[in-house]
Design a protein around this ligand. Structure first.
Ligand code: HEC
Length: 191
């Protein structure tokens, strides 16, 4: 509009951003979905896992790019097996828990107060938490048997990943998490 010649550096910069965005497409989609799967982001090494997912997604994207352009070369062909190995390695890594509980002598009386303090305001048939008119995902801890039914999920959500209590609103401690985990490991005893 000013009648001056535009600076070509701006165009080059835009092209570079576009290239970055292109390679980030798959990791971004995956990470958006992963919010529902705490095993991805609740691991203590989640930054490392996220980095691996970025690299793995970019490798797959590299294959798409060269395939679409009809320029499949060896780097594109190697990208898929490389991404596969990397992602399988990440899955194996998430199976390893440096802080996993080992079990022990934990009674129902040890865990019941923890659930009462940190969970039932949201997870009961009539939640007292004002943000939740209904128990999230239908998970309600109304009776001791409910805790037993959901034992594996409780371990998953509070010990293996620290997703619950949501946003750690209630300030749950690591010791409380270990106690819950030990109870589940002990077979979720009712006494
Ligand atoms: C502030 C409210 C709140 C508190 C407190 C809370 N949760 Fe949740 N919980 C949620 C919400 C919201 C979801 C659904 C999350 C989603 O959609 O991924 C959920 C989901 C769950 C699920 C189901 C997960 C699934 O995807 O199957 C379990 C199990 C669970 N919570 C256990 C617990 C335990 C155990 C505690 C206490 C240590 C707890 N929650 C405390 C809000 C809460």
């Amino acid at each position: 509009l000013a009648g001056r010649k535009p600076d070509p550096a701006l165009g080059r910069e835009a092209r570079q951003r576009s290239l970055h965005n292109n390679y980030l497409t798959l990791p971004v989609v995956f990470m958006m979905i992963s919010n529902h799967y705490p095993i991805v982001y609740g691991h203590p090494w989640s930054p490392l896992i996220a980095l691996g997912i970025v690299v793995g997604g970019a490798l797959v994207r590299h294959f798409f790019n060269t395939y679409d352009a009809g320029k499949l070369d060896w780097t594109a062909k190697a990208a898929i097996p490389a991404a596969f190995v990397l992602l399988v390695a990440l899955v194996a890594l998430t199976g390893y828990r440096p802080d996993a509980p080992t079990g022990g002598d934990v009674a129902f009386a040890d865990i019941h107060p923890i659930i009462q303090e940190h969970c039932v305001q949201c997870h009961s048939t009539r939640p007292t938490h004002e943000g939740f008119p209904e128990p999230p995902k239908g998970v309600a801890f109304d009776t001791p048997e409910d805790l037993r039914t959901f034992a594996k999920q409780i371990e998953q959500q509070t010990v293996l990943s620290k997703t619950m209590p949501l946003g750690n609103e209630t300030g749950m401690t690591d010791a409380e998490r270990q106690t819950l985990g030990a109870w589940v490991q002990a077979g979720a005893p009712m006494r």
